[in-house]
Design a protein around this ligand. Structure first.
Ligand SMILES: Cc1ncc(COP(=O)(O)O)c(C=O)c1O
Length: 427
């Protein structure tokens, strides 16, 4: 093992063998160099096996049966909750299943909307927003952590504001005074899916705490790439996405402080969330059940827990160190190329491995298509962050993003492919 905790070549090779999709041959006849983990991660064999095993051996409805399969399904479902809770540093009853991070963010925003019209009664009043209140995000948000808050402001008459950015796309802490006495909620990303910049959480939290505002952290681009512990961070809510964390699609989670979840009104209602119903009234179960209406994505959740066991076994410090090393190589290569503009920090300080860039004069779709012809997979478009692209004066970009499986050789293949793109388009 290297001094930084980086993987040895043999360890990296063994990790890569766990990911069958990395053997896929692309259109150009070579194994695909997958540099699109920020969009969705590839899945190790243990995740595929545990999802299949669940259906093969323990498939049943949870929390409503007395038969063996129902009991086993319930145990697998609840033990997955314990695994997710432990991985993120929370308690099991603070983990609410959702279908993805977007739904988790919408859950909090919609619940605050419900509180604003009196649902949830007097104990939910602290979540109510209206004229005179302010909702604050940052300009670097993914649309999933921007639009739900903007819409909540429109629905309730609250003011919508944002922390601005310095030229390389990091949060401008000079704009922290936008979190003021009117502010009820501050929602922000832990790491940008475009610039890779890691948000300085503590100054934002401090500003929010000073005015009694709630805080919500979007960990989609951090939780598979560095250790994330919600209690150490000190936020009120955080959202997680299985498919970004080596787990299946269709699963995600909201973590919230239990005392807050207790008072937050439910959003989706119906079966599985109630302790009693009359024709006039409904009594809801305690959290997390009161937020989990209908049947859940049990097999996917079981697969997600297996993904987190896999990451925990490797150690998130070592995953972070490995990704730091390959991202450094990627950035060095891009910085050394003529006519490539990195959208975001060009050094490795407080940065993850999502690296968006512009090839001036070449449309990102053309960049992506030519790279694909060399079997290199990158993301192109606005990456669900149109305001951030406008900040950089572009409509879209290309993005290479690394994962724990990324090798030095893959970075070299990518850099070589990108210079061929430049040559192809006469750069
Ligand atoms: C920063 C960020 N937030 C939210 C999301 C949405 O995640 P999900 O697909 O789990 O809804 C993404 C997905 O790209 C993201 O990168």
């Amino acid at each position: 093992m290297g001094a930084t905790g980086d993987f040895t070549p043999a360890e990296l090779a063994a990790i890569r063998r766990d990911f069958p999709a990395l053997d896929r041959i692309g259109r150009g006849g070579k194994p695909i160099v997958y540099l699109d983990s920020s969009a969705t991660s590839q899945k190790p064999n243990c995740v595929l096996a545990s999802e299949l095993d669940f259906y093969r051996t323990s498939n049943g409805a949870v929390h409503r049966n007395t038969h063996l399969l129902g009991d086993e399904a319930t145990e697998a479902f609840e033990s997955s909750r314990r695994t997710v809770a432990e991985f993120v540093g929370g308690k099991p009853d603070e983990i609410v299943w959702t279908k993805n991070a977007t739904e988790a963010l919408n859950l909090v925003a919609s619940a605050m909307g419900n509180a604003s019209v009196g649902l949830g009664g007097s104990e939910s009043r602290e979540f109510a927003v209206g004229p005179g209140d302010k909702i604050v995000v940052t300009r670097s948000e993914h649309h999933s952590n921007l639009v739900p808050w903007q819409q909540l402001a429109k629905r309730t008459g609250a003011t919508f504001d944002w922390l601005d950015l310095v030229p390389d796309g990091r949060i401008d802490l000079q704009t922290l005074d936008r979190i003021d006495g009117q502010t009820k909620v501050v929602a922000f990303t832990h790491a940008s899916n475009v610039t890779g910049a890691v948000t300085p959480v503590q100054p934002i939290l401090q500003a929010a705490r000073n005015v009694g505002a709630l805080t919500i952290l979007d960990t989609c681009q951090s939780s598979a790439h560095m250790p994330v512990n919600v209690n150490d961070l000190g936020v009120d809510f955080a959202v997680f996405s299985s498919h970004k964390m080596l787990g299946p699609t269709g699963a995600g989670a909201l973590w919230g402080r239990y005392d807050l979840l207790e008072k937050l009104p439910p959003v989706l209602t119906g079966g599985s969330v109630v302790s009693n119903v009359t024709m006039e009234e409904t009594k809801f179960l305690p959290p997390p059940q009161k937020f989990e209406a209908g049947s859940q994505a049990i097999a996917q959740i079981v697969g997600w827990a297996s993904a987190l066991d896999y990451l925990a076994e490797l150690g998130m410090d070592r995953v972070a160190a490995h990704e730091h090393a390959v991202t450094s190589k990627l950035l060095e290569g891009l910085n050394a190329m003529d006519d490539i503009r990195v959208l975001g920090p060009t050094d490795m300080t407080d940065r993850t491995g999502a690296v968006a860039f512009e090839v001036p004069g070449v449309h990102p779709h053309d960049v992506g298509q030519v790279l694909d012809s060399f079997d290199i997979a990158v993301r192109v478009g606005h990456h669900c962050a149109i305001p951030l692209h406008h900040f950089f004066g572009v409509r879209s970009s290309s993005r290479a993003s690394v994962a724990l499986t990324t090798s030095d050789e893959e970075i070299e293949v990518f850099l070589d492919g990108l210079s061929k793109v430049q040559n192809y388009f006469g750069g």
